[in-house]
Design a binder for this molecule. Structure first.
Ligand code: FAD
Length: 285
């Protein structure tokens, strides 16, 4: 069985950054991804100039299937309706429906308490839209426990979520346990595994500081040993991600969603080193 390969990019805050991203996207197109997803800040003010602009470019200029992320905790129904219409007008019919993070200083609006409220709303407004949802192999940090988290996920799927994309993880065993829990809970939609190759010290330190993700011994050893050797750290980080993907492919994962951090070189390396295992073709010798 083959697995899909898709990429996540984020819209930069500046015009120069956006133009640089457009060049990166040309390189990503060459890798023929199944889709490219574009993140979206919870700050609605800039969405037309950021997520929508980048998504429009990928979909219409590069002709690559595009998923626009849509976090809705700070939006009301009218705003979401308008955004869905705007996406429809530019020809994009795929979204990743999210609640988004809640800032302690800013109370959310009341229309979309959970991502499932958004999925329900979008599916009613635009039934033809393909709607993905986020999921967390190690449970969402706010959830009471894994069982409650899986129940929430089942709710997402029951209101029409077509596909799930995981938070990044570095321990495949946790992903397999999560898949099994989903299966037991009758969650049958494809689950794409989110993989982030670690290629520099800054990224690694940020990850250690901010993430709840379990960092396996083998992974921590790489960070420790090559902390001050950027070339070796990059090589080992890429090899770790490739190893993770190969293992997932052997277990027939539905797809790999690569957190590219807007780095086409990283995506190219992963593609070159996994394209045959992901395509799953049995070649005649
Ligand atoms: P929800 O699914 O609503 O879950 C939030 C919490 O509520 C969880 O603890 C869940 O268990 C619980 N819950 C859900 N439904 C119910 C219910 N019915 N009853 C009780 N409890 C419930 N953030 C951005 O701002 N922009 C992005 O572009 C972005 N992209 C992302 C991409 C991926 C693949 C992932 C995994 C995350 C992304 N995020 C993004 C982060 C995400 O917004 C945060 O993790 C946020 O805190 C939760 O969003 P959610 O959609 O998973 O929320």
């Amino acid at each position: 069985m083959s697995s899909t390969l898709s990429f996540e990019v984020f819209p930069p805050n500046t015009q120069v950054g956006t133009e640089k991203l457009f060049a990166t996207l040309e390189d990503l197109r060459e890798l023929q991804p199944d889709f490219i997803s574009v993140t979206c800040s919870n700050n609605r003010k800039t969405i037309e100039e950021t997520t929508l602009k980048v998504a429009d470019y990928i979909h219409n200029e590069l002709q690559v299937p595009t998923i626009a992320h849509l976090p809705a905790a700070y939006l009301d129904q009218k705003q979401v309706q308008r955004l869905v219409e705007q996406l429809d007008q530019i020809g994009i019919h795929q979204i990743l429906a999210l609640r988004g993070d809640i800032s302690p200083e800013l109370p959310p609006k009341k229309d979309f308490t959970y991502a499932s409220d958004l999925i329900d709303f979008v599916k009613k407004q635009a039934p033809a839209f393909h709607v993905s949802g986020a999921c967390y192999p190690e449970a969402h940090p706010e959830s009471l426990n894994r069982i409650e988290d899986i129940k929430s996920l089942r709710q997402k799927v029951s209101v029409g979520c077509d596909q799930l994309i995981t938070q990044l993880f570095f321990d495949n065993e946790l992903f397999y346990q999560f898949q099994e829990s989903c299966d037991l809970a009758d969650i049958k939609v494809p689950i794409l595994a989110g993989i982030m190759p670690i290629v520099n010290r800054k990224q690694a330190l940020r990850l250690i500081k901010t993430t709840n993700t379990k960092l396996p011994r083998k992974f921590l050893a790489i960070l420790e040993k090559y902390e001050h050797d950027p070339v070796a750290l990059r090589e080992a980080g890429l090899a770790y991600a490739v190893d993770q993907i190969i293992d997932l492919a052997t277990q027939d994962v539905a797809g790999i969603h690569l957190y590219t951090m807007n780095n086409a070189e990283v995506a190219k390396h992963i593609y070159q080193n996994t394209k045959n295992v992901l395509s799953g073709q049995i070649k005649a010798v």
